[in-house]
Design a binder for this molecule. Structure first.
Ligand code: ACO
Length: 325
C-alpha cells in the first residue's frame, strides 16, 4: 500500500499586541534611529509586526501553535511520535527547541529535533518529516516554525530592524494512503552565506562576537527572486504538474516586492498568492506556516486544492513543497 503524509491540522501563535510602523518609528526615534512608515511600506509592504515580551521563547510560541494545530486535527499530543522545529532563535544551545516543545506538551517518547535553515526552515522541516513518515520512521508529526528574531536584531541598524517580527506556526502531518505532500525539493549554496548571517558563536551559553543579523538587502533580493522561481518549477515538474495548476502560492514572507516579483516570474496571479508579511513582517521559519494557517482558517484554502510552499533564506538556503490539502 502507498504511504504518504498529509497535513491534517494547522495552528499559529503571535505574541502580545501588534506593533504598527507608527509605533515602531516612535520607539526607534527614542534611541536616535530615524525611519518612517512610508519608507517601510514602500520598500517592504510591512505595516505591523509582533514582538515577544522578555522571557517569551521560541519553544513557548511553538508549543502554543502546536496545541492549536492538534486541536484542528482533533488529535492528542500523546499521538505524536515526531516533533521537528525549524528555528534560528532556539531557547538554548541544547536541549533542542523541539525537546522543549515536547516537554511543554507533556508528550514524551517520540523523536524530537531542530532544523537550522533560517527562513527556509519550515520547508526543510516539512520535507524531513514527510520523508520520515513515508519511510515508516514516524506516523504523526508536529512540524513547527518558531522564532523570536527580535532578539538577534541590531536596533541601531534601521536597514534590518524594521523588517522582522516574532511568531510561530505549526502543522500536524499524518501518515495517509493519499498524497498530501506531493513533492519537495531543497537546496543550499554555502558560498552565499555572507549575504544574510548572524555570525556570533556560542560558548558556554554566551554569544561571542557579533550577535546580530546582518544582511546585504539587494543581493538577498536578487538571489531570492531567482531561486524561488527555479525551485517552484523543479518541484512542480517532480509532481508531474505545472505552475498553472497551483491554487495557492505561499512563499516565505520576507517582503511584498519579493513576493510580487517572484509570482510575476512564475506567471502566478497575485490573487493566488497568500500575503501576510504586511501583518506579521518577516518571521523567518515561522512565516510559511503562519500564512498557511491564516489562509486555511479564513477559508481561502479549500480541501483538494494544491498549495505550493516556498522558503528562502540564510545559508543561503531555499526549497519548495507542493501539498494537496
Ligand atoms: N528607514 C528609512 N531609510 C532607510 C531605512 C529605514 N528603515 N533603511 C535603509 N534606509 C535608507 C538607506 O540608508 C539608504 O539611504 P541613502 O540612499 O541615503 O544611503 C536608502 O534607504 C536606500 O537603502 P537601500 O538598502 O538601497 O534600500 P533598498 O531599496 O535596497 O531596500 C530592502 C532595502 C528593503 C532591505 C531591500 O533591499 C530588500 O527588499 N531586500 C530584500 C531583502 C529582504 O527582504 N530581506 C529580508 C530578510 S531575508 C529573507 O528573509 C530571505
Amino acid at each position: 500500500m502507498n504511504r504518504f503524509s498529509r497535513i491534517v491540522g494547522t495552528g499559529s501563535a503571535l505574541p502580545g499586541e501588534p506593533v504598527s510602523n507608527e509605533e515602531l518609528v516612535i520607539r526607534l526615534a527614542r534611541i536616535g534611529v530615524e525611519t518612517s512608515d512610508d519608507w517601510i511600506v514602500t520598500r517592504t509592504g510591512i505595516r505591523q509586526r509582533y514582538f515577544a515580551a522578555p522571557g517569551v521563547t521560541s519553544s513557548q510560541l511553538g508549543a502554543e501553535a502546536a496545541r492549536k494545530a492538534l486541536a484542528a486535527a482533533g488529535m492528542e499530543a500523546s499521538e505524536i511520535d515526531l516533533i521537528v522545529v525549524a528555528t534560528s532563535t532556539p531557547d538554548h544551545v541544547f536541549p533542542s527547541t523541539a525537546c522543549l516543545v515536547q516537554k511543554e506538551l507533556d508528550a514524551p517518547g517520540g523523536a524530537a529535533f531542530d532544523v537550522s535553515a533560517v527562513c527556509s526552515g519550515f520547508v526543510y522541516a516539512l520535507a524531513t518529516a514527510d520523508a520520515m513518515i513515508r519511510t515508516g520512521i514516524a506516523n504523526r508529526a508536529l512540524v513547527i516554525g518558531a522564532e523570536v528574531f527580535s532578539r538577534i536584531l541590531d536596533w541601531n541598524d534601521r536597514s534590518t530592524c524594521v523588517l522582522f517580527g516574532d511568531g510561530a506556526g505549526a502543522v500536524v502531518l499524518s501518515a495517509d494512503t493519499r498524497p498530501g505532500v506531493m513533492a519537495a525539493r531543497l537546496h543550499a549554496d554555502g558560498r552565499q552565506g555572507n549575504v544574510l548571517c548572524a555570525t556570533g558563536s556560542i560558548s558556554g551559553g554566551e554569544v561571542i562576537g557579533h550577535p546580530f543579523l546582518t544582511m546585504n538587502g539587494q543581493a538577498v533580493f536578487k538571489l531570492a527572486v531567482s531561486v524561488l522561481d527555479a525551485v517552484a518549477r523543479e518541484t512542480m515538474a517532480v509532481a508531474g504538474m505545472s505552475l498553472d495548476q497551483v491554487d495557492w502560492l505561499i512563499p516565505h514572507q520576507a517582503n511584498v516586492r519579493i513576493l510580487e516579483a517572484s509570482a510575476r516570474r512564475m506567471g502566478i496571479a497575485s490573487e493566488r498568492v497568500v500575503v501576510t508579511v504586511d501583518q506579521h513582517a518577516n518571521t523567518s521559519a515561522a512565516s510559511v506556516p503562519l500564512a498557511l494557517d491564516r489562509a486555511t482558517r479564513d477559508g481561502r484554502i479549500k480541501p483538494g486544492q494544491h498549495v505550493l510552499l516556498e522558503g528562502v533564506g540564510g545559508g543561503f538556503t531555499w526549497g519548495a513543497a507542493l501539498i494537496q490539502v
